[in-house]
Design a protein around this ligand. Structure first.
Ligand code: 28F
Length: 661
């Protein structure tokens, strides 16, 4: 289908929206039938244009699309609950207890409004009566896209004691018209959508990830206070079925409490503000903890604006303005002192900023940066007023915050010196790379790899076993610094960290330039035990805080050394996981000689090459931290003083990464 035709269709569907006539019954069969099916066919042909992708991410988008509609109905004040159920075969049902979708006929299409919503692109995009769709927006592509990408989809509407029903098959073709199929309790009302994603579209997977669904539904409950989000995962046998109910009257205040649960707050009460202006709703909550990194999450219309934007700018402006004013007026800053910088004011803050905008504009590389300029002042005014008030009314807590920010300021000056030193060095050291580094001979970064190896003995084996043409080895001595617990200047004084920064060659923090990275793959190679996992997390924490783009752009990997070497006669095999070992036992029978590797150091250079470094055999896990909140939870557990939860957590942290061979 040509671009042009698609454009025309969009205009037509906008018209459907504009009129919203549900009353007139007219069953003439017209051209729009064909156009509608063409539209859905276009979605099936190029799904990537409508949803993020046809990988797991796109699959989950289907759910979010329908959930958004339920949330809209709840935010409009008509529904209290949105429930998501995943059944056997990954069949998803989303339902709300709202008014129920209109059951009349749409004049323009001559079909029921419901059939129209589910078959005309964008027809379900907006609610009528001057209200607007505040949920979604970014991926607000409409229910018709979900229908187009489903093997089948069913809609039920409960209204006045009747159940209206329509079913679609094979990518959106209605099987019959909307009709009443049974009676129900006259008090029951709402909409229900059940669908099965089309495996011919979602070739990679049609299996929903439990944690992804649960975490997002919890987040939606935080972002939309008072709405009950229910999640039922019924894919497992009876006793393992999982049920969650999320409802937060306190909204973002409870979100902050949740985010800070593994941290130590420096003041007891959460700073909270909410308000609206010019149809834009704003909610902000924050609290300082004893850490050094800020954790600021921003949302517009429930979408995580990972690139920030005007709402975040407004927050920062207010934070800086109000804290400096209070610090001056109350003697925390002397006349001769410079103002605190915004970074000083942000140290150790956990903040969530949520804006709801009728017409959001998104910018940035991934279209996750809010661009509406009027939002800046609105957030700044609303949050600034409440922050000022909080400080006035809570002098003890204000004191803790002021002391934190002024300390941060002093540390910043020290950090600046240390950073300048590091920078000057890294500029000089192009020719003098760290002594411990065994560099590769190739200068073609696109094929080069650097292995960060725990300990000198494993480093020695790796150095001998590697292909020195493109593989570099950097051994680390002992544990690396926990950057969550150290201020910047300490971080840059750390020898291991300096070695890494110099070896990578791409700079760090705001001055990072990934195009200068000297290796396409940075591979973390540690022992397959608790200590190894710990080191791995410390390294990832450092990358996450100081070199985030190299993670985002997929340059960081985890090597998987084998757990066992199995020998029978002349055959040698390796097992990388326990289930693999079980299978080997079955396959090879008895009289095996089994060696359990306790560390990389037990392998000779040839073995290390063969099992863990040779691209022909090795398994590398690519690290992807696309969910900042989850990454942050990981790291905050690492900050905690409790050893047991940390150990448990480390052992099961595998989900951090996805498999990539
Ligand atoms: C399972 C997900 O989709 N819930 C929905 C409504 C309610 C109305 C509505 C939806 C009218 C013409 C757009 C009812 N009564 N949950 C949902 N609940 N859509 S979707 O109207 C759709 C608009 O096209 C509704 C009065 N006004 C609106």
């Amino acid at each position: 289908m040509s671009e042009e035709k698609e454009m025309i269709e969009e205009e037509e569907s906008e018209a459907v929206l504009g009129e919203q006539l549900d009353t007139k019954v007219d069953h003439t069969y017209n051209d729009s039938d064909i156009q509608v099916l063409d539209g859905l066919e276009a979605v099936r042909k190029r799904p990537g244009m409508y949803i993020a992708s046809t990988s797991g991410k796109g699959l989950h988008h289907l759910v979010w699309e329908i959930v958004d509609n339920g949330i809209d109905e709840a935010m409009a004040g008509y529904a209290t609950t949105v429930m998501v159920t995943v059944d056997q075969d990954n069949i998803v049902t989303v339902e709300d207890d709202g008014r129920g979708m209109p059951t009349g006929i749409n004049e323009k299409t001559g079909k029921s409004t419901i059939e129209t919503i589910f078959t005309v692109l964008h027809a379900g995009g907006k609610f009528g009566g001057g209200a607007y769709k505040v949920s979604g927006g970014l991926h607000g592509v409409g229910a018709s896209v979900v229908n187009a990408l489903s093997e089948w989809l069913e809609v039920r509407v409960f209204h006045n004691g009747e159940v209206f029903f329509i079913r679609f098959e094979n990518g959106g073709h209605a099987v019959g018209e909307l009709k009443v199929i049974e009676k129900c309790d006259p008090d029951k009302h709402g909409s229900q959508v059940t669908f099965k994603a089309d495996p011919t579209i979602f070739k990679e997977t049609t299996e929903y990830d439990h944690d992804t669904l649960r975490d997002r539904l919890r987040q939606l409950a935080f972002l939309n206070k008072g709405i009950r989000m229910v999640f039922r995962d019924l894919r497992q046998e009876e006793e393992k079925k999982r049920y969650y109910e999320f409802m937060f009257e306190g909204g973002l205040k409870e979100y902050i409490k949740y985010l800070n649960k593994n941290r130590t707050a420096v003041h007891p009460d959460i700073i909270y503000s909410e308000g609206h202006e010019k149809g834009i709703q704003v909610e902000v909550a924050c609290q300082y903890n004893d850490g050094y990194n800020p954790n600021i999450y921003t949302f517009c219309n429930n979408i995580n604006t990972v690139e920030g934007g005007t709402h975040e700018e407004g927050f920062r402006m207010a934070l800086n303005r109000v804290i400096n004013k209070y610090a001056r007026e109350n003697g925390f800053l002397k006349e001769k002192d410079d103002n605190l910088t915004t970074d000083d004011c942000k140290e150790g803050i956990t903040a969530v900023i949520s804006a709801k905008h009728p017409d959001p504009q998104y910018e940035g590389q991934t279209k996750t940066k809010l661009g509406n300029t009027e939002v800046r002042k609105i957030v700044s005014d609303i949050f600034g007023t409440q922050l000022e008030r909080f400080l006035m009314e809570n002098p003890d807590q204000a004191k803790s915050i002021m002391e934190k920010a002024t300390l941060a300021s002093q540390a910043r000056m020290a950090a600046k010196k240390a950073r300048e030193l590091t920078r000057r060095k890294s500029a000089l050291e192009i020719s003098s790379l760290p002594g411990k580094l065994s560099d590769c001979s190739s200068k073609d970064a696109s094929i080069c790899e650097i292995y960060i190896v725990e300990g000198d003995s494993a480093g020695g084996s790796a150095k001998q076993g590697r292909d020195s043409h493109y593989q570099a080895i950097l051994p680390l001595r002992g544990k690396i610094l926990n950057v969550e617990k150290a201020r910047q200047h300490r971080v840059f004084e750390n020898a291991e960290i300096r070695s890494m920064i110099t070896a990578f060659g791409c700079g760090f923090m705001d001055e990072i330039d990934v195009s200068k990275l000297r290796y396409n793959k940075i591979v973390i190679m540690t022992d397959a035990d608790v200590d190894g996992s710990h080191i791995r997390i410390l390294l990832l924490t450092f990358f996450y805080r100081y070199l985030k783009p190299i993670i985002e752009q997929g340059h960081v990997y985890i090597a998987q050394p084998p757990l066992y070497k199995v020998q029978k006669g002349n055959t040698v095999r390796y097992a990388y996981t326990e289930p693999q070992m079980d299978r080997l036992r079955e396959e090879l029978g008895n009289r095996l000689s089994i060696q359990r590797y306790k560390g990389l150091g037990e392998m000779n250079p040839e073995q290390l090459w063969e099992t863990t470094m040779d691209p022909k055999n090795r398994t590398l896990i690519r690290v992807n931290i696309d969910d900042a909140e989850r990454a942050d939870q990981y790291f905050s557990i690492m900050m905690g003083e409790e050893v047991e939860p940390r150990k448990n957590f480390i052992m099961e942290h595998a989900k951090f990464a996805t498999l990539d061979i």
